[in-house]
Design a protein around this ligand. Structure first.
Ligand code: PEP
Ligand code: MN
Length: 337
């Protein structure tokens, strides 16, 4: 941390700041310029920088070391490749996850899995517990939905991801799914994150609706600090003043996060845009920007989908897009698997 004193701050004020940071367990390294002093506070302790900003004579406090440790490239310089039973995300491998917003019935999932697996998709998605804005909207089939997912996935030799909403649902999810998804609305459910730290299965951590990149990475840090090193980050659009799209896809988050962190970053263009015709261009943009995977909503009959039909691709549309994306990945020296 660097503490920049106000120009011409008195020696007494400087000494008070030095004493304060030493009392907090930091070493102080003082650099005196012609009319301004900068104090470097070095230590492992965590301190709220506002406590220093409030001291007399302090102009500003700059944090120079990042608050996240395990997710950062300082801790692990090489890309983390998350291998989910043979399907890889990261380090040159791009993973594809596709499926409907929610599990509606066995027939729906069977039809979807049959088509998607014939296109080469290896991971199927579908919510069984749905975080809906309205309490009157369809809340998901619950355990029945997870059972259906597992059954069709096994039938077509696929893997499963689904959203876990509460700590007490984790044992159930461990029984049925291969990747536990944390939804945008739960990104800062710290009890859930801590509990997922104890799990030994990959977690797909979506970015919160209004979360900064730093907050998102800190949530990943929670999971990793608990001992679970398999975190896949998912950019799914953030809330902005723009309302034509459901959210605003932050494409720049992909290279920004990849520079800071070794964890794979996948993109959800469906929830990011909310509009079917925007899913293909945003998927291509994501792969071009270096995404390590995509999670795309596909429904065999979007018009009759229980939720998110407007952003769900028709199977044939998805098939064509997937072929284009495979070709595009080669250009950025990556490959779908
Ligand atoms: C989902 O993927 O089903 C979902 C609800 O997405 P998000 O949490 O990103 O809104
Ligand atoms: Mn959805």
């Amino acid at each position: 941390m660097l503490i920049v004193m106000q120009p011409n701050a008195s020696e007494e004020k400087i000494q008070k700041v030095i004493s304060f940071i030493k009392e907090q367990g930091f070493d102080a390294h003082v650099s005196k310029g012609e009319n301004q002093t900068v104090i470097g506070a070095v230590g492992k302790k965590v301190i709220d920088k506002r406590n220093i900003e409030l001291l007399d004579g302090v102009k500003e406090v700059l944090r120079i070391s990042s608050p996240y440790k395990l997710v950062s490239r300082t801790f692990k310089p090489d890309d983390t490749i998350i291998d989910v039973n043979g399907v890889k995300f990261g380090g040159g491998y791009v993973g594809m996850i596709a499926g409907p917003c929610t599990v509606e019935s066995y027939e729906q999932m069977d039809e979807t899995a049959k088509l998607l697996s014939s296109y080469g998709v290896k991971v199927i998605r579908g919510g069984a517990f749905k975080p809906r804005t309205s309490p009157y909207a369809f809340q998901g089939l619950g355990e029945e939905g997870l059972k259906i997912l597992r059954e069709v996935a096994d039938k077509y030799n696929m893997l499963v991801t689904s959203e876990v909403m509460e700590v007490n649902q984790i044992p159930l999810f461990l029984k049925y799914v291969d990747i536990l998804q944390v939804g945008a609305r739960n990104m800062q459910n710290f009890n859930l994150l801590k509990a997922l730290g104890e799990v030994r299965k990959p977690v797909l951590l979506k970015r919160g609706l209004s979360a900064t990149i730093e907050e998102w990475l800190m949530s990943a840090e929670y999971i990793m600090a608990g001992g679970n090193r398999e975190v896949i980050l998912c950019e799914r659009g953030i809330r902005t003043f723009e309302h034509i799209t459901r959210n605003t896809l932050d494409i720049s988050a992909i290279p920004v996060v990849q520079k800071i962190s070794h964890l794979p970053v996948v993109v959800d263009p469906s929830h990011a845009t909310g509009l079917r015709d925007k899913v293909a261009p945003m998927s291509k943009a994501s792969v071009a920007a270096g995404a390590d995977g995509l999670i795309i909503e596909v429904h065999h009959s979007p018009e009759t989908a229980v939720c998110d039909g407007a952003q769900s691709l028709y199977p044939e549309q998805f098939k064509e897009l997937f072929e284009d994306l495979k070709a595009l990945a080669v250009v950025v020296k990556k490959q779908f698997n």
